[in-house]
Design a protein around this ligand. Structure first.
Ligand code: NAD
Ligand code: MG
Length: 393
């Protein structure tokens, strides 16, 4: 009998942290997964190396200058490689006739149009980029329903909820609780936070990730964004989406059902676990890293989040309750504030008030279409940038 067909994957954001972990999963399961397209922002040499190793026929490069260099250096790519360029190139990759599933792991809002294009073409969408559901959850969920495409969550907490919900009707769920490590400042005395530097914020105790998301872990804005995503993915009310501090990052979620039972998902704090689950689903295979070792002592702690210490979690809840474009404003203003903090332009404790004031200045109307969401995203960035001046160092 002929061997079962492989799942054909397009990986947008192949050169990043999620991309690199995805390649580790692909190396372990070459009989199950095949890479048919990759894209990145500008690192063409790294894309050429990935294309060569995995014999990838389609490569996308967003940046103009890097695309031109790659075209001149085409001999670095496998013979016959099709090079794609810019946002059109990402959309072309996301809709390749040869692809079954598209993993969007591009940082920022650039992944939104390709994600929607993939769904419209009936591809399954594996989602790592947080911005996509926070900005356009309404449109993304509608597109998935309309085209019968599956949404496979890659972020560890959402992947965990997805696993715990298997076999349960949505109506059985009372609430979901996402775990937060507390980031770099979890155990800092509150009066020292005013002097926290970017280098301090980037020392994450458990996870190794890009700088923006690492700062978001220290403010809990990352958890705020994840609650916003969870609401869309699992069709919940804002009040049903909650967070708890869990220092070890071993339990990734708790799902509480109406009978009071909770299910949890446990795995070591590495993204290869949720990435492999999303890509092989519903099949289970040996993972690329060892599982938890119960022969060694470890403990699991949980404690409630102190919102006076982590105001961006409270602000996220309020933005979810306000609905409409408020989550998009939260996301955009936070991005501006975090970038300013990382450049040493504002103190750590200025990040939450910049976000809160920006939310106060934009009315959270329900977006009528994608263009109106993107317009709000741009407005929020401009307004947040104006707020920075009050706090500049
Ligand atoms: P990263 O900065 O390490 O990598 C980003 C990737 O996106 C790179 O490959 C880069 O080339 C690509 N990229 C950026 N702009 C692009 C553009 N305009 N066109 C094409 N490609 C572009 O980021 P990351 O940590 O891998 O995170 C990616 C996304 O996944 C983010 O939205 C993040 O919130 C989410 N996420 C990351 C983790 C993690 O463990 N790193 C966990 C959960 C969710
Ligand atoms: Mg996460």
């Amino acid at each position: 009998p002929s061997p079962p067909r492989k799942k054909r994957l397009v990986l947008l954001g192949a050169t990043g942290s999620i991309g690199t972990n995805t390649l580790r999963v692909l190396r372990a399961h070459p009989d199950k997964l095949e890479l048919v397209g990759i894209a990145g922002h500008s690192n063409w040499a790294k894309l050429a190396a990935i294309a060569t190793e995995f014999r990838v026929p389609h490569v996308g490069i967003f940046d103009d200058a890097s695309f031109n260099t790659a075209r001149a250096e085409i001999s670095a790519f496998p013979a016959g490689t099709a090079l794609h360029h810019g946002l059109d190139g990402l959309n072309a990759l996301a809709t390749l006739p040869d692809a079954d599933v598209v993993l969007v792991a591009v940082v920022g809002t650039t992944g939104l149009a390709p994600a929607l294009a993939a769904l419209a073409a009936g591809k399954d969408l594996a989602l790592a980029s947080k911005e996509i559901l926070v900005l356009a959850g309404k449109f993304v969920m509608a597109a998935a329903r309309e085209h019968g495409a599956a949404l496979l969550p890659v972020d560890s907490e959402h992947n965990a909820v997805f696993q715990c919900l298997a076999g349960h009707p949505g109506s059985a769920v009372r609430r979901i609780v996402l775990t937060a490590s507390g980031g770099a400042f979890r155990d800092w005395p509150a009066d020292q936070l005013a002097r926290a530097t970017p280098a301090d914020a980037l020392r994450h105790p458990n996870w190794s990730m890009g700088p923006k998301i690492t700062v978001d872990s220290a403010t809990l804005a990352n958890k705020g964004l994840e609650l916003m995503e969870a609401k869309w993915l699992f069709n919940l009310q804002p009040a049903q989406c909650q967070a708890v501090l869990h220092a070890q990052s071993i339990v990734h979620c708790l799902v509480e059902f109406f009978d009071g039972t909770m299910l949890a998902q446990l795995s070591p704090p590495s993204m290869t676990f949720p990435i492999q689950h999303a890509l092989l689903h519903p099949e289970r295979r040996a993972g690329v890293e060892p599982p938890l070792d119960l022969a060694r002592l470890f403990s699991l702690d949980f404690r409630p989040v102190d919102e006076s210490r982590f105001p961006l979690l409270r602000i996220a809840r309020e933005a979810m309750e306000a609905g409409g474009v408020a989550p998009a404003v939260y996301n955009a203003a936070n991005e501006i504030a975090v970038a300013a903090f990382l450049q040493g332009r504002i103190p750590f404790l200025a990040i939450p008030p910049v976000v809160e004031q920006s939310l106060g200045l934009i009315s959270p109307a329900d977006p009528v279409d994608l263009a109106s969401v993107l317009a709000v995203d741009a407005d929020a960035r401009r307004i947040a940038a104006e707020q920075l001046r009050r706090y500049s160092l």
